[in-house]
Ligand binder design. Structure first.
Ligand code: SF4
Ligand code: SF4
Length: 287
């Protein structure tokens, strides 16, 4: 079951990236944040807001496509963030190459002079969704005041998909790819910074707060509190907190893969209770 989840997620990510490249080569109007099917253009809420601001009026022709995306978010929550978004694919590819070696002390000076101070600043600032909302409103104001597509530049999803298309069609990358360093570093060095600063993720969170499908749930009789799920979770959640913090959960299902006691399961598929394997931690202690 666990291997099956991992393979499925990797296959979907690879298929999505390959799909963008193929679509770009064939000149189809498809990108990571907008897909045109006949007269229908599927856009994310951020794309709708940006397009409307730039047009100085509500883009009514985008409303049906945006409502379909909104419905999918209501049904599946932030599934998009962890299974499809190319920016999160890049982030996941970069993490074992950049973050883990640093944390694993293979680059101790970088950990000492960069990662540890960053974590200190992060703890002090206590970045949260309020800050993400401030960034979002700042971008809205920027688009409205300067008639410039700030969302498109800031959103990692847009940057990655534009460059994938450019690479496929013109065999070159765009200079704006350098801007990806901002969210990438925030994501890598402020452990949960990416979800805080991504405007698309933020809007998806609001919609997904009501969503309980594909949500992992913990069998308390099988959980020994080892907290492996929190250490692997891109949102830093303990699997037992997902029901309370549904908007934070990206539905990546990595907690199901990693749990040594098979205590995590989908709410849709309740399981029989089982005896927990004792943790090395003292009884009842949570990390
Ligand atoms: S990894 Fe499994 S056993 Fe460990 S805390 Fe999470 S749910 Fe419980
Ligand atoms: S709680 Fe589980 S499914 Fe949700 S984001 Fe964390 S690891 Fe992924």
């Amino acid at each position: 079951m666990n291997l099956y989840i991992k393979k499925t997620r990797l296959s979907i990510r690879a298929a999505v990236l390959a799909g963008f490249v193929m679509a770009a080569l064939w000149g189809l109007p498809v990108s990571n944040c907008s897909i045109k099917i006949g007269h229908l253009r599927l856009v994310f809420p951020t794309g709708f807001v940006e397009n409307s601001l730039l047009s100085h009026g509500v883009r009514m022709e985008l409303v049906p496509g945006m409502m379909i995306i909104g419905l999918l978010l209501l049904l599946f929550g932030r599934f998009y963030c962890s299974w499809i978004c190319s920016a999160s694919s890049v982030h996941q590819l970069a993490e074992p190459v950049l973050y883990r070696p640093i944390v694993g002390r293979r680059v101790p000076w970088l950990k000492r002079f960069f990662l540890t101070p960053c974590e200190g600043v992060s703890k002090k600032l206590n970045l949260g969704y309020g800050d993400g909302l401030a960034i979002f409103l700042g971008l809205v104001a920027g688009v409205a005041l300067f008639d410039f597509p700030f969302f498109t530049i800031f959103s990692p999803m847009g940057l990655v998909s534009r460059n994938v298309i450019e690479l496929a069609v013109h065999k070159r990358l765009r200079y704006d790819l350098l801007l990806l360093a901002g969210p990438l570093l925030v994501g890598l060095f402020f452990r949960h910074g990416w979800k805080t600063c991504c405007p698309d993720g933020l809007m998806q969170r609001f919609v997904a707060s009501w969503n309980k499908t594909l949500l992992p749930e913990v069998d308390p009789t099988a959980c020994n509190g080892c907290a492996k799920c929190r250490r692997t979770c891109p949102a830093g959640l303990l699997a037992e907190d997902t029901v309370r913090l549904a908007g934070d959960c990206l539905k990546c299902l990595q907690c199901i893969e990693i749990c040594p006691n098979h205590a995590v399961h989908l709410r849709l598929f309740p399981r029989k209770t089982r005896t927990p394997i004792p943790s090395k931690l003292s009884p009842g202690r949570r990390v």
